[in-house]
Design a protein around this ligand. Structure first.
Ligand SMILES: CC(C)(COP(=O)(O)OP(=O)(O)OC[C@H]1O[C@@H](n2cnc3c(N)ncnc32)[C@H](O)[C@@H]1OP(=O)(O)O)[C@@H](O)C(=O)NCCC(=O)NCCS
Length: 432
């Protein structure tokens, strides 16, 4: 089976991220652009790479700034990078950083690039607040008015209801269903009990706390001094609760279906701010520059289903395709990193991997198989660590490759579910 790249193997050389901070906390006055700049600058400094070597920067964000929608270009205008670095932004909901990585990788595989930075960032503390249409119409009319009375007349059209701000919702534009409601629906359709969800959330916190305490997670995190005073510094993710217990989790009330639901603040990923990025190179170039790759991209696949169905189940359709393209089966995979939007989604995805029905939907006769829990999210996941939408894909990529190296494993599989009913899967291979 040919490895992705048609002979030009794509290496991931390094990855780094900011700590992930719950929205409204330490990073509340840092924009997504700044979070992106922080991690890209750190990546260049840690790798000691001359910025002149970087040819492109691809970045993802889910809720972009209305004023600076091409976040990638703003991030690329760092003093450490030449202005000639071309940069563009991508959007594939929670798989946006994965899209950035695969876009950059495709360009490397094509021979268009040798060195690129890809990743993403998100500030859910700084989302654009929009005006209602009535208010916006009145403002446009007033700006075109030729006299002061005409301007006043235009503004007089504004009604109290027009003053209610419009905030972006974490809901499907096509169905109106929120992510949380989708997670509830998936719990019910796939018979995922509340107890299972809470045990999974507890596991996420315990493993993330262990990875933080022993330095494995902190090794891929840069310290960030907290504005505006820059007197305190955040060095690890502030949503990880080393002291949480099953009893505490079980006591939380369901949020999205208060009467019959099972999805709580404890078994959901929290709204989070953060940035993450990786350095990609053509493998030959990496070796020529003296950078031993962390690993190479062996394959990837995207998939989608009807968002009105099971919104976060498409990784189940993407994973078998990525495995097939890699020429591997789940048994040969040493570690699995699965984005944890909600415990009910992870547990639904895992059930889907074992299901013949889902296998057939993906075009396969046999299911992917049962994921050995000892290989799954070994340093916790987004429930504990947090989930800055645009950044998570790069965090998972870095963690998977670092941990494969530590454990001496060869192959890693990652999956990410995303809004719009889309899913992503990638197989990476540790190189020697
Ligand atoms: C679920 C959600 C609404 C909760 O938001 P929130 O109410 O601000 O969450 P909080 O962190 O304040 O937690 C609520 C309560 O649960 C408690 N809690 C949360 N996690 C806990 C844990 N692991 N252990 C113990 N208590 C916990 C908090 O302490 C808090 O208690 P308090 O009210 O006594 O202070 C929000 O995180 C959310 O929308 N998540 C989903 C995001 C999403 O859709 N992502 C897309 C996925 S792709």
């Amino acid at each position: 089976m040919a490895t992705y790249g048609n002979g030009r193997r794509v290496a991931i050389v390094a990855g780094v991220r900011t700590p992930f901070a719950k929205a409204g906390t330490a990073f509340k006055s840092i924009s997504a652009i700044e979070l992106g700049k922080l991690c890209v600058a750190e990546l260049l400094q840690r790798t000691n790479l001359d910025g002149k070597e970087v040819q492109a920067l691809v970045f993802g964000t889910v809720i972009p700034s209305v004023i600076a929608p091409n976040i990638a270009r703003e991030v690329s205008l760092l003093p450490l990078l030449p202005k000639a670095v071309q940069a563009y932004s991508v959007s594939r909901a929670c798989a946006s950083a994965n899209q950035a990585i695969t876009d950059a990788a495709d360009q490397i595989a094509l021979g268009h690039l040798d060195v690129a930075i890809a990743g993403g960032s998100e500030s859910l503390s700084n989302i654009p607040i929009l005006h209602a249409q009535g208010f916006a119409d009145a403002l446009v009319l007033a700006s075109k008015a030729k006299s002061f009375p005409a301007r006043l007349k235009a503004l007089a059209r504004i009604r109290p209801k027009d003053l209610v701000p419009v905030t972006p919702a974490i809901a499907e534009p096509s169905t109106g269903e929120t992510m949380g409601q989708s997670a509830e629906k998936m719990a019910k359709l796939n018979a995922i009990a509340r107890e299972e969800q809470d045990h999974f959330a507890l596991r996420s916190h315990r493993l993330a706390a262990a990875g933080t305490a022993d330095g494995r997670l902190t090794a891929e995190i840069m310290p960030v001094y907290v504005p505006p005073r820059f007197e305190s510094v955040l060095t690890s993710d502030n949503g990880i609760r080393e002291d949480t217990s099953y009893e505490q989790l079980a006591a939380l009330k369901p949020v999205f279906d208060r009467k019959y639901g099972s999805v709580t603040a404890g078994n959901s990923s929290p709204l989070t701010d953060g940035g993450a990025c990786v350095l990609l190179m053509n493998e030959e170039k990496a070796r020529a520059l003296g950078y031993p790759p962390l690993g190479i991209i062996r394959s990837y696949a995207y998939a989608a289903l009807d968002p009105g169905e099971q919104l976060l189940q498409a990784p189940v359709l993407a994973a078998p395709v990525a495995l097939k393209r890699a020429g591997l089966s789940l048994k040969e995979i040493d570690l699995v990193e699965m984005h944890e939007a909600f415990a009910s989604q992870v547990l639904s995805n895992l059930k889907g991997f074992e299901s013949k029905w889902w296998a057939e939907r993906a075009g396969f006769s046999q299911p992917v198989g049962e994921v050995d829990r000892a290989k799954l999210n070994v340093m916790g996941g987004s429930i504990a660590i947090g989930h800055p939408f645009g950044a998570t894909g790069a965090r998972i990529t870095t963690t998977l490759l670092n941990e494969l190296r530590r454990r001496g494993g060869q192959f890693g599989l990652m999956t990410v579910c995303s809004a719009g009913g889309m899913g992503f899967a990638m197989v990476v291979e540790r190189t020697r």
